[in-house]
Ligand binder design. Structure first.
Ligand code: DAH
Length: 360
């Protein structure tokens, strides 16, 4: 058999010189492939005498192993080189300051809804919800507002359209959150203590009115609830919500079909210089309607008025947001102007709680 040393030297030099994966593979196939140089030499073993074979066999096997090992090592070295090159070009400076991101803000209506919910939760009220498209039964009749009642006209109701030939009274966009009272008592009975925040709709538009706005309904029913409880709860709420020492409320006798007696509550405020401030000035802003739930409303909800009584109120969320945060025009609430949202919005993780504070 020929001298293997020159073959070894040549093949190992070729492996060392191979510059990429394809070149290494070519060298390997030329040496160790089916028709490779070493493989052909191994085929010759069969023709040798036993003595020759005993000498040549181990030598060839050793060469084969050596070449395989060199190929594997070269492969690993090449992969390391490639990785090193990538690391060099793709490095990141993790100590760099991040690019500033556009941060969204929480809308004052959402913030105030959360604040109101936190305060009433503290007073033992849970949250109820109802649909925004409501039947005229829930929005009016069940609340003791029969079809001919003037309150139906005063509410500037948006009516939905019925399919032609469908003579049922049209559904409405709920004009207040009061229908949630009925739905809640129907489903859960008495006693109960809930608030129901949500969107309501009326055809009205000026500095303090928009066709869509927000109310929170309150309802507390039990065997022994009186007007005194109502007054205490509302005063307690206003003190907690406005976080201003001098909040002044005015309870005004009023009339709602669904309460008897009824009271509207105004809060002292000032519009001086176009700035809206609470707790000072000679103006009053109406923020809520309230009263003792009318027996007919209890009966319509399946609650026995001979046993149960209670109070209810409807509070304008947008109104108290304007007052608390000095926002003079309600219409801007719903313009989606990013500058306005940035100015009046709240930080996303600033969740109002009674223990952590309502607003930072
Ligand atoms: N639903 C009335 C409105 O939108 C507000 C209201 C008044 C709600 C008295 C009540 C209430 O629950 O007792 O004008």
């Amino acid at each position: 058999m020929q001298d293997l040393d020159p073959v070894r030297a040549r093949v190992l030099a070729e492996v060392a010189a191979a510059g990429d994966e394809a070149a290494i593979e070519a060298v390997r196939v030329t040496a160790l492939g089916k028709k490779g140089e070493i493989s052909l030499m191994m085929r010759e073993l069969g023709k040798m005498s036993p003595e020759e074979r005993q000498q040549a066999g181990p030598q060839l096997n050793a060469l084969k192993d050596e070449i395989n090992a060199a190929v594997t090592a070269r492969r690993a070295a090449l992969a390391d080189e490639v990785l090193a090159k990538r690391l060099e070009t793709e490095w990141l400076d993790v100590t760099l300051a991040p690019r500033p991101r556009q941060l969204g803000t929480i809308h004052p209506v959402s913030q105030v809804t959360d604040e109101v919910t936190a305060i009433f939760a503290d007073l033992g009220f849970s949250v109820a919800e109802g649909p925004q498209v409501e039947t005229d039964w829930y929005n009016f009749d069940a609340l003791n507002i029969p079809p001919e009642h003037p309150a139906r006209q005063e509410m500037d109701t948006f009516y939905m359209v019925r399919a032609e030939g469908d003579n049922r009274p049209p559904n409405v966009l709920r004009t207040h959150t009061s229908p949630v009272q009925i739905r809640h008592m129907e489903a859960h009975g008495a006693p109960c203590r809930v608030i129901a925040p949500g969107r309501v709709y009326r055809c009205d538009y000026d500095q303090t009115h928009t066709p869509m706005f927000h109310q929170v309904e309150g309802l507390a029913i039990d065997t022994d609830i009186s007007m005194a409880n109502l007054k205490w709860v509302l005063e307690e709420f206003c003190r907690a919500f406005f976080e201003v020492d001098g909040v002044e409320l005015r309870f005004r006798a009023s009339h709602f079909p669904f309460t008897e007696p009824s009271a509207e509550v105004d809060i002292r405020c000032s519009w001086a210089g176009g700035q809206l401030k609470i707790g000072e000035g000679d103006d009053w802003m109406e923020i809520l309607g309230s009263g003792m739930v009318h027996p007919k409303v209890l009966a319509a909800s399946g609650v026995d008025p001979e046993i149960y009584q209670g109070f209810a109120f409807g509070l304008g969320i947008d109104r108290i947001a304007m007052l608390k945060y000095g926002i003079p025009d309600l219409r801007a609430f719903f313009d989606s102007d990013l500058r306005w949202l940035k100015h009046y919005g709240f930080a996303a993780l600033d969740m109002p709680t009674m223990h952590g504070g309502l607003s930072a």
